[in-house]
Design a protein around this ligand. Structure first.
Ligand code: FES
Ligand code: FES
Length: 211
């Protein structure tokens, strides 16, 4: 009976071939490198005015106005509390209206006029609302205070402009600023220290002056 010829492959050759095939399967396909990373930042320029100064920033389009102010312009007076639109610590005034800076993207504010607590007054020239907060002890830890003051300034402008609150109080029938009216309008600004009574006193005093 004829003998079958066995190929002369050594054990060493088999191991080398296996290692080569494993390496080939582990190597990334060249097409994979071309797939864009969905997490990669998309940059865009935005130009706006902050506290009277023109600013142009190149930002990841996901950057909030709050982070643009704090991280890029180093205006850390505006505070980050919840970062979810629930506490009001990040309140700034944009084109005369108060907004939560954590809820809006910086690139949406091209050409806007932004005022932060630093733009309202300075230590030696306080805004009347800042002075009233000091006078009436409208703060304890102070973390909510920049947002409270920006909000309060805008609230008085809203009242003067006749913009109704959610409670729909009739400002023409009762033009004086009641404590209930102020509490309703300031309800988006939370104070964990509970300085609410003093805050209302401060705003009431400024409202009386500016009415
Ligand atoms: Fe923006 Fe709380 S940090 S609402
Ligand atoms: Fe502390 Fe308002 S003063 S949170």
């Amino acid at each position: 009976m004829p003998q079958l010829e066995t190929p002369s492959i050594s054990r060493r050759d088999l191991m080398a071939a296996s290692a080569a095939s494993v390496a080939a399967s582990a190597a990334p396909l060249s097409t994979e490198a071309a797939v864009p990373d969905p997490q990669a930042p998309v940059l865009a320029k935005v130009s706006f005015e902050v506290n009277g100064q023109a600013q142009t920033l190149e930002l990841d389009t996901r950057t909030t106005l709050l982070d643009a102010l704090r991280e890029h312009l180093k205006l850390t007076g505006t505070k980050k509390g919840c970062d979810h639109g629930q506490c009001g610590a990040c309140t700034v005034i944009v084109d005369g209206r108060r907004i939560n800076a954590c809820l809006t993207l910086a690139v949406m504010h091209e050409g806007d006029r932004v005022t932060t607590i630093e733009g309202l007054g300075s230590p030696d020239r306080l805004h009347p609302m800042q002075a009233a907060f000091v006078k009436h002890d409208g703060y304890q830890c102070g973390y909510c205070t920049p947002g409270q003051i920006c909000s309060a300034v805008a609230v008085l402008d809203e009242i003067k402009a006749g913009i109704p609150s959610h409670a729909s109080l009739d400002l023409t029938a009762a033009p004086e600023v009641s404590s209930d009216e102020l509490r309703e309008r300031m309800s988006g600004n939370i104070c964990r220290c509970g300085a609410y009574s003093n805050i209302v006193e401060a705003i009431t005093e400024v409202a009386g002056r500016t009415a």
